[in-house]
Structures are given as structure tokens and as C-alpha cells.
Design a protein. Structure first.
Length: 302
């Protein structure tokens, strides 16, 4: 059985009723009067009812009871069809790029950076996940994210770009720590700063203990400021409430670590390459302009 509600027929039917006649309806739907009449007859044949009553003397029309009922449905069908057409004509949904970021890099610092990318690339949707480097590597390997910023030892494998991170030993400015074992305020297992701190203290022949652990940078910063323990942090994470430690305090300077932009195993989409280019150009741009970033940018690879 064929569908009786042909959109063109319904559109002509509504036009006849709204215009109050066949001739004026023809102007609205850009058809001749005879074609309008033929379409109404075809719709009536499909429905099996007379839909319009014609006044031959005045040229006016009036809906029958069946026509009145159909008109209500016709308007809804036509409105739905128009809505569907508008939706289908709109640009496709934004392409998604999945980015992994270090736990201590998430928050306002990340939002400020990525808002610039979103403004420049409104057609790209960003999905971000924060975690420690061990977890981000797993997500990359499983193709659950496209790109990740990973804290690691310098030159530890291929990357799209890399930036050096100066590391600083810090304690509380007001409550210095001189305990034995050395109390440490650190991130969870798998963090390069934690591993570096423990390895150095052991190699120096001293004992250590974990005094405080936090998933977030603010927690570790606050723990150090309150005197709970000593920590090894990136230089840009040192607060005025922190006192840097040096060799005179028994804490030799540590080699710089590295923040690397790494991609997953799959080939990057154009949107992924666009985000990578943006990060290479804008991450730590202020430090780069002031000469504090020692190295930035490998040749882009996919």
C-alpha cells in the first residue's frame, strides 16, 4: 500500500486552505491552477474522502469535516519534515579529539590553554582525561585517547614535541623540615617527581617516608607549605610559601624532566594534527619567549 500523505500534495492542500482558493494557492506553491486542482483530486483519491467544498460562484473553498481533520495533521507533518530538513542541512557534528593531560596540569591552566584552541577551531570537540603518565600511556596504547601530554625522562622515546621542566626541591617557608627519615609530600606511584625524589634520597644514604600523598598539584603544594613534608616540583609550581632547597641543605639540584606530546598508535585525524600544532605553538609560549624553555618542537610526525 502506497503512503497517501505525499508531502507535495499536503503542501498544496494547506496552501489552498490558507490562500482561500486554487488560483492564489498556485502562486504560493508556484503551480498553475489546473495543477493545483489535479493535486487536490489526487490527495482526495488517496485519502478516500472529499476534502474541500468549492463555491463555483465566488471561487472560495471550505474544508469538509475530513478535510478539517487532515489539515491539522498536514500542518504537523509539514512542520516535522521542515525541521528534519533543517537539521540535515546543518554542518556535521564536531569531530572529536581525545587528549590526555597530566594530573598536575589539569584545571585552570589547561582550560585557559584549550579555550584558545576551541575559539580558533569551533568545529572540533575536545574530550580531555587527566591521569598520571602510566595511565596515559595505557590509554594511548589502547587507542582510547589520540594525544597525551606525558611527564617523563628526557628523550624517552618518540614524540611530536617536548619541553623541558626544571625541578626544584621545596619545603615550607615558615616550617622547615629536618626530620629523619625525610618526610615526603608526593604524588601517587608512577609519578616521575616521586620516583626522582625517592631515588635521590636513597642514593644519598638517607631514609625517607611518605608523609603525604595527593592526586592533585594543589594538595602537594599545600602539604609542603604547611610543613608536612619536602617535595620535588616543577619550578612553575613553586609557591611564595615554599622555600627552595639546594646542596647546602643536602638536596642537590636535579636534572630537568620532560613534558612530551605523544600520539597513540593510530594515524592522527586532521583535527588531531590541528590540536597538536596548536599545543606545539602555544604551550609554555611565555616561557619560550622569555628564554626559559630550553627546547620545543620535533618535526610533526603521524
Amino acid at each position: 500500500m502506497s503512503f497517501p500523505f505525499d508531502l507535495d500534495l499536503l503542501r498544496t492542500f494547506a496552501a489552498v486552505v490558507d490562500a482561500g482558493g486554487f488560483t492564489r494557492a498556485g502562486d504560493r506553491v508556484h503551480l498553475t491552477q489546473s495543477t493545483v486542482s489535479q493535486q487536490i483530486k489526487k490527495l482526495e483519491a488517496n485519502i478516500g474522502h472529499s476534502l474541500l467544498l468549492r463555491d463555483r460562484s465566488t471561487g472560495g473553498i471550505q474544508t469538509t469535516e475530513e478535510g478539517e481533520v487532515l489539515l491539522s495533521y498536514a500542518r504537523r507533518i509539514l512542520a516535522t519534515a521542515e525541521e528534519a530538513t533543517d537539521i540535515m542541512r546543518k554542518p556535521a557534528a564536531p569531530k572529536t579529539v581525545r587528549l590526555g593531560v597530566p594530573e598536575d596540569f589539569a584545571g585552570r591552566r589547561l582550560i585557559d590553554l584549550l579555550s584558545g584552541f576551541s575559539s580558533a577551531s569551533p568545529h572540533v570537540r575536545l574530550d580531555t582525561v587527566s591521569g598520571w603518565s602510566v595511565e596515559l600511556r595505557r590509554l594511548l596504547h589502547a587507542d582510547e585517547i589520540d594525544l597525551a601530554l606525558i611527564k617523563r625522562e628526557p628523550d624517552e622515546g618518540a614524540c611530536l614535541a617536548s619541553w623541558t621542566e626544571e625541578l626544584v626541591w621545596v619545603e615550607s617557608m615558615d616550617r622547615p623540615v629536618r626530620d629523619d627519615p625525610v618526610p615526603l609530600a608526593v604524588f601517587p606511584v608512577g609519578c616521575i617527581y616521586r620516583e626522582r625524589a625517592i631515588r635521590f634520597i636513597e642514593q644519598s644514604g638517607r631514609r625517607w617516608r611518605i608523609a603525604y600523598t595527593s592526586q592533585g598539584l594543589m594538595g602537594v603544594q599545600a602539604a609542603v607549605a604547611s610543613g608536612l613534608g619536602i617535595s620535588l616540583l616543577p619550578s612553575d609550581a613553586v609557591l611564595p610559601e615554599h622555600r627552595p632547597l639546594d646542596a647546602a641543605d643536602g638536596f642537590d639540584p636535579q636534572p630537568s624532566s620532560e613534558l612530551a606530546l605523544v600520539k597513540g598508535r593510530s594515524r592522527l585525524s586532521p583535527e588531531g594534527r590541528s590540536l597538536a600544532d596548536f599545543l606545539r605553538a602555544n604551550l609554555f609560549v611565555r616561557e619560550r619567549e622569555s628564554g626559559e624553555t630550553a627546547r620545543a618542537g620535533f618535526r610533526f610526525r603521524t
